[in-house]
Design a protein around this ligand. Structure first.
Ligand code: FAD
Length: 386
């Protein structure tokens, strides 16, 4: 087995790390404290060239690789959770167009993503349907050369700053999951209501209201009824990247714990000199390295495109987000009282990590997927794909 990253992957990691440390780190505390879209961080990300990694080469990008996306999210999240979010929304929102868009749609919508002159997002969740994707209630009715969309979408990334949304709605409500279709809703063509609110880590999240929103028929993605497959396929690619973001946050929490334990003195020695402290630090390292192997296994499998790594993507997301939560908690505990001061980095990570066990499928949904996939094979087949 070969556990090494290719020379290009190593270069990408170094490039992302240099960008994050030089351009984002000096303003990371400010960015993560307010999630202010106009504070300068977004412009730096747009200029960084990193959006090339969500666009195929044929449309001016660097091609899409799951391993690369994981490397980028790990490096960005290590420095700023805001930077990670601004990067990933572009990929999550555009990947359905990359995979299911026709040539005209790709030519129109992908190149402007490269420099962030247009931003994308992904609108699946509704107030009454999150885990239960098939339960969405938004509808799309064909009327002449348009579809007319009605419904509400929530947990939408930065809707007031987004130009292109991939929106899921039912073209045949009576058909359940088979009646879901996906649409490119372009703000220059269609209008909808937008409202945002703050989450516990300061990130803002939006709701969009579609009220007789007209979308031209040429903006249907794939075919009518293909929406569920489009949504779930996106999750197979992006779930390991959520694990990678968690890994970045966990690695940052471990380095904060190491710094603090080396410098904090008590009982005439440093905190790091207690064996119990070293055990805690060692456990954190074990959890993060295990998470890393699971994440890059799932990403590598996705890049080989032999088959959709649905189970491995869920294993990676489940383990990495749960492990990173434990690591961040343990790091905060090692900081003592100073760890819960408002605006310390570990306090921010403690609030920010929580969302990763929920979005793109909760931990419970990941376990349901793993259980379902496990039962699909024969009794002994489950360890063949290590
Ligand atoms: C920060 C953030 C960003 C997000 N970004 C996006 C985005 O860009 N686009 C988008 O469309 N959505 C997004 N979401 C929405 C997210 O994907 C949903 O919140 C998530 O899928 C859970 O849905 P829900 O909130 O409706 O919870 P529910 O589905 O109501 O779940 C509530 C609880 O029930 C449990 N549960 C559900 N089903 C079962 C079951 N079968 N058995 C046992 N327990 C079960 C869940 O695990 C959870 O604990 C985001 C959410 C957050 C927090």
């Amino acid at each position: 087995m070969d556990f090494t990253f290719s020379a290009d992957q190593v270069q990408l990691r170094l490039k992302a790390r240099a960008f994050a440390e030089r351009e984002i780190a000096p303003m990371a505390d400010e960015l993560d404290a307010a999630y202010d879209y106009h504070a300068g961080g977004v412009e730096r990300i747009k200029r960084s060239g990193l959006y090339a990694y969500v666009v195929p080469e044929a449309y001016g990008g660097k091609g899409i690789s799951s391993v690369n996306l994981c490397i980028l999210r790990e490096e960005l999240a290590k420095v700023s959770t805001f930077a990670d979010e601004v990067f990933v929304m572009q990929g999550l929102g555009s990947n359905p167009i990359v995979r299911f868009g026709n040539e005209a749609q790709k030519r129109k919508y992908l190149p402007p993503l490269l420099d962030g002159s247009r931003m994308a997002n992904f609108c699946l969740t509704e107030p009454a349907a999150g885990s239960d994707v098939a339960g969405i209630e938004a509808t799309a009715r064909r009327e002449g050369n348009d579809y007319v969309l009605n419904g509400r979408k929530c947990y939408v990334s930065k809707p007031e700053h987004t130009d292109i949304s991939v929106v899921f709605a039912k073209t045949r409500p009576e058909a359940g999951a088979k009646g879901i279709s996906a649409f490119i809703v372009d703000r220059e063509q269609s209008s909808y209501g937008v409202k945002t609110e703050k989450l516990m880590f300061e990130g803002d999240i939006g709701e969009i209201t579609l009220r007789d929103t007209r979308v031209p028929v040429e903006n249907l993605l794939g075919e009518e009824g293909q929406g569920m497959g489009i949504a779930l396929g996106n999750l197979d690619i992006y779930r390991p990247t959520v694990g990678a973001a968690a890994l970045g946050m966990g690695r940052r929490a471990l380095s904060l714990a190491l710094d603090h334990a080396r410098n904090r003195r008590m009982f005439r020695q440093a905190l790091v000199d207690f064996q119990v402290t070293r055990f805690k630090l060692a456990q954190m390292k074990v959890e993060l390295d295990a998470a890393s192997l699971l994440i890059y296994r799932a990403a590598w499998m996705a890049d080989q495109s032999r088959e959709r790594p649905t189970m491995e993507a869920s294993i990676a997301k489940y383990f990495a987000t749960e492990a990173a939560q434990r690591v961040v908690d343990q790091s905060l505990q090692l900081h003592g009282g100073i760890g819960i001061h408002k605006r310390s980095r570990i306090e921010h990570l403690y609030r920010a990590i929580r969302a990763l066990r929920i979005y793109e499928g909760t931990s419970e949904i990941q376990l349901l997927v793993i259980g379902r996939e496990l039962l699909r094979g024969g009794t002994l087949e489950h360890d063949d794909r290590l």
